[in-house]
Write a new protein. Structure first.
Length: 283
């Protein structure tokens, strides 16, 4: 199959670039989605560790659950399909907080948001753009760097996304996580998630989940999981090898020039001046 032409890959909705794999009809009708009280929403900007988090959560439950693809991916029949699924549904999304179907908020659904140092997120996204035929071509890191800072990439500005969720970080139904904390002390974060989701779990089981959720373990399992639709969190690729690239903190240092770093920090400091969490995201 030949690749779709560049102009067919992206369209705008409410000022934000979406891939055409999110139909405009679906985006327009998202607000009619009938969320259930026991739905769990996983919020993230792309390339922040969504698959890692989803892997941990699916392993935490010992009752049947369904991990869906992001709510905004697909055509308008998506909402109907989700409707037919039995509970419990774990629903990922790359939408910013203000665009979430309002039922998730009205019904106080539990939401877990994962964030990542935006410099590493940009680098991860660059490689994803380079490898993924469903995303526009980017020729160089320099070109992508500017697009990222301008928010001219799928899901829009990292800054706007983060800030929209940060505003709700103290809501009782929201757990706010950082990729870097998962790297530093995964058992602690798994425990935190289990408490938030009211799941009883022994320390031995936590260790077991952490072992199975290591980067190498998840990467090595890609072949098995490639054929299992329940593992397809990202609708932009059915090739999980694109997801598990390097899995490290600080890869930006291998990409950013000193000049790019200065520019990034200047924009970061300006955009994040009201953020109480900015310090957690810079190193
Ligand atoms: P890199 O491209 O920096 O390697 P998402 O799931 O939101 O698309 O995020 C993908 C990023 O999370 C990739 O980052 C990927 O390698 C990293 N990742 C996935 N699983 C991981 C794991 N078990 N441990 C650490 N990083 C992981």
């Amino acid at each position: 199959m030949s690749n779709p032409s560049e102009t067919e890959l992206i369209h705008m909705f409410k000022g934000i670039p979406f891939t055409t794999r999110s139909s405009l009809e679906l985006l327009k009708s998202l607000d009619t989605f009938d969320a259930r009280e026991d739905d769990v929403l996983l919020g993230s900007y792309p390339k922040s560790g969504t698959h890692w988090l989803a892997g941990v959560i699916t392993k935490l439950y010992n009752t049947p659950i369904t991990l869906t693809s992001p709510i905004e991916f697909g055509d308008v029949s998506k909402l109907e399909e989700l409707n037919k699924l039995s509970s419990k549904r774990i629903i990922p999304t790359h939408l910013d907080y203000n665009m979430l179907p309002s039922n998730f908020k009205n019904k106080n659904c539990k939401m877990i948001y994962i964030s990542r140092n935006p410099k590493d997120t940009a680098v991860s996204m660059y490689h994803y753009y380079r490898e993924n035929p469903h995303l526009p071509t980017v020729d160089t890191w320099t070109a992508f760097f500017d697009l990222f800072l301008e928010g001219d990439v799928v899901c829009g500005s990292w800054f706007d996304h983060f800030l929209s969720w940060e505003e709700h970080k103290n809501d009782k139904n929201i757990l706010f996580l950082f990729y870097e904390d998962m790297k530093k002390d995964l058992p602690k974060i798994v425990k935190e998630i289990s408490v938030f989701l009211d799941i009883d779990i022994s320390d031995d089981d936590i260790q077991d989940i952490c072992k199975k959720s290591s980067f190498s373990e998840m990467k090595n399992n890609t072949e098995k999981e490639n054929s299992d639709p329940s593992h397809t969190v990202c609708a932009l690729t059915s090739n999980r090898k694109l997801i598990f690239r390097k899995g490290t903190v600080g890869d930006w240092k291998n990409h950013f020039t000193p000049k790019q770093n200065l520019k990034f920090e200047e924009i970061f400091n300006e955009k994040m001046k009201l953020s109480k969490m900015a310090k957690r995201l810079t190193y």
